[in-house]
Design a protein around this ligand. Sequence first.
Ligand SMILES: *[C@@H]1O[C@H](CO)[C@@H](O)[C@H](O)[C@H]1NC(C)=O
Length: 371
Amino acid sequence: MLFLRLVSGVLCLLLALPMSNATPTGCTETGSYGTCDFSSWSPPLVSGDFSTSPCYITLNNVDGTLPANAFSGLSDCADPSGQRSIAITCTGSNVLVIAANAFAGTMTWITELSITDCVISAGISSSDLSGLSGVVDFLTSGGTIASFAATTFSGLPMNSIAMSGTTLTAATFPSGFLENAGSAMTKITLDNLGLTSIPSGAFDGKSAVTALNVANNALTTLETNAFDSMTSLSTLSITGNQWACTCDISYLVKWVKYTGVTLDGDITCMTPTAYNGTLLNKVSFALGCETTTTTASTDDSTWDKALKYGTAVIATLALGVAIATMVSHCCMMQKMAQGGNSPNTSNQKTKNSKRIVTPLPVNEPTRNNFF
Ligand SMILES: *[C@@H]1O[C@H](CO)[C@@H](O)[C@H](O)[C@H]1NC(C)=O
């Protein structure tokens, strides 16, 4: 009897031990974290194969195709933090091919997708992320992505896009890429991607964005009033680009001043050659753009108003002087003809010339107080 109990006890122990440590093939598990190795895992991942269904799933050493239904057996997890993520990491700039339906299943609970050091030669197309309809944060670091589709993030409740050091082969993104990512986005980081241009209207509808970072790219110019639709913007980083300091971007100087947006890093010119390495705000006045920007600009800043008002006042006064001079000459000639005393015109002239110069000093302090 005792012997039988002992035998069954040992058997139970032997069976129970591997079961309590159960994780899917090629994976390890720590609390809410499940980490799998691409070279040895056996997708699909299934919640029941973990002792605790993971909230934070990491797939390491990726080199090849993320197959259809790779995560389809996972269901929402118990971690109360509210964040649930999939992190895909390649080593040695290996490739990642996202198969159709790679994220199929009930993955609506995943809130963050991050991709690190992967070469995605096919780009990320409109359907590649389908299944991840709850993703609010998209992150990439290192690696290469050929391109994005205008609809890559369509319908996702995006809060942030944070891409850093990922070569974007296309050197730009489709207009609509950000616009289709939803109106609730608060943070956009496109840092060191090799961007040579930002498409027209790229930031349209991005009125909740408070921080925009397009630093360390190869941008030379911006659309006029490129950031005007970002009415909540408080921090802007466009440093480390190759700005052509012409009138096209000189508006940024007064734009920064009047919006109160904090510039994170300087705006340094690369061209014209004479201004290479010089700060935009130092050359802005020398460019002489302030008097010629009225046509393209819809920005009726105080500066513009002051300038327009000053010009109008000068024009009116000049006309006044002309009339007054004509009138006084006329009267003087009339009086001389009548043999009367020579009229004292100096009083009138002094008064007028003072009013002519008055508007000019109004503009001067504004010019000298950029930034
Ligand atoms: C600007 O200056 C940098 C550093 O001095 C130099 O490497 C670069 O070639 C210059 N670019 C142009 C367009 O002059």
